[in-house]
Write a protein that binds this ligand. Sequence first.
Ligand SMILES: Cc1cc2nc3c(=O)[nH]c(=O)nc-3n(C[C@H](O)[C@H](O)[C@H](O)COP(=O)(O)OP(=O)(O)OC[C@H]3O[C@@H](n4cnc5c(N)ncnc54)[C@H](O)[C@@H]3O)c2cc1C
Length: 516
Amino acid sequence: MEGSIFKAVIVGAGPAGLTAAYELSKQHAPVVVLESDPQYVGGISRTVNYKGFRFDIGGHRFFSKSREVEDLWTEIAGGDMLDRPRSSRIYYRGQFYTYPLKPFEALSKLGIVESVRCVLSFMAARLHPKRNPKTFEDWVSNQFGERLFRIFFKTYTEKVWGMSCHEISADWAAQRIKGLSLASTIKHAFFGNRKPNDRKQVVKTLIATFRYPRLGPGMMWEACTEKVRKLGGEVLLGRRVVGCRFDSTSNLWVVTFRNANGDLEEYRGEHLVSSMPIRELVAQIEPQLPEAALQAARSLRYRDFLTVGLIVHDRSRFTDNWIYIHDPSVQVGRVQNYKSWSPEMVPDAGYCSYGLEYFCFEGDGLWTASDQDLIELAKREIQQVNLAASADVVDGCVIRQPKAYPVYDDAYQQHVNTIRKAFDENYPTLHLVGRNGMHKYNNQDHAMMTAMLTAKNILAGTRKYDVWAVNQDAEYHEAGEGGAEALSVLRTDLREVPARVSWAPPRSPTSRSPRR
Ligand SMILES: Cc1cc2nc3c(=O)[nH]c(=O)nc-3n(C[C@H](O)[C@H](O)[C@H](O)COP(=O)(O)OP(=O)(O)OC[C@H]3O[C@@H](n4cnc5c(N)ncnc54)[C@H](O)[C@@H]3O)c2cc1C
């Protein structure tokens, strides 16, 4: 199709890119999706197949407060969607605690001495809370007491984010934990998680069931790819986009990519839809953005992630979907049990496949360790947390995911605003969508909703919808007059990812670093 002019050239075959392609193709708009991965569609929501065993990049629950997104999932993968019960626990110092926590079970497992300490520390925190809590540690300790903070919040949070709870800003805790107050936890413990009539009232973290494609989330995005192709759209793998130039004579985007043979090719389109990380996009745009925007893009940061997949003889040690590892003696942050997500994730019922999740930074010791060393580490740690004997592990693989989490540091919001302003002023036919595409720590539903609205904008020929006004629940809220200078809806007080406090009281650093 070289030489043709597409309605939209779309970068990335993750949920955002494929949703945009599908919505546009349904309206007969010619599209091409360029994906750098040579094998998989789905992006972070892909499913990796290793010798018939399937692994997600972190188990992917399909749950949205948006009816439109739920309906689209049904439209794409209807018959293949399972309703799965959710079961997860916390491992801490040799014990497993049901999650969401059941207070009486938790206290009985902690033992009488520790329980009394927890209750006393909770009462002390209520009577003498730290005034103006600025850090995650202070905020959570005020809510639950310092001892419960140490047991149930500190280690996991530090593993995930790679920074001490003492450095994480309190506003993030207030956001993340607000639906999960002690009151709601206790209510849940006594009355269970009854289905509210209105799905919008559901506390997402506490949902008791969720949908899941029988062969993992990748199945959804493979089905979507097929539908796009059937409608005449193109989805091309092994194509890394390396240049995005706006030609003001033709008013077209000229998108250059490296194909599977390493050769450069280019496609042209009226619109460019990008789900690639903003940092990379800004570096590729021609004519260049102003220096302030280039500088802002260079300042955006990411947290990376790797999964060690282990194939294990099934000795029925656990059937949870996943287990949070709060124990500080191991590096693994969470263990997924994919057979519990769907029995079809394993090709032989005599085995199960575990995903041991390690949060890291590209280039650090974990990231650069050899696959063999990581598999050995995972084998040791799975035994240490009592979920399998290392002798039962028969094989393993390592899946690295760069830029798994866009980092929200103190300045990220300002950087994103600067970049957006530069794009808005210079490139009305450029559309940012999705997680790293918008530097938004979101789930699939948010990524999809931004893509659905983008498709509507492209078809309407005007920015009717402000995609930055889609909230973390994938709900669209009008920003006010004229789409209201959408910058105003970028509220810095609403964080889903922790920011580093600009001020932290002096203290010796603790060990190493959201619950999803
Ligand atoms: C550990 C973990 C657990 C999660 N759990 C859930 C969950 O339970 N439920 C849920 O709904 N969501 C979950 N998510 C979030 C979900 O994975 C993302 O929201 C979703 O995948 C974002 O979609 P996207 O299309 O915006 O981006 P991505 O999935 O990142 O896709 C972007 C695509 O663009 C491609 N690309 C990038 N640069 C280029 C380039 N230069 N040229 C060509 N292609 C390029 C990438 O290869 C990728 O395929 C989880 C995420 C993580 C990290």
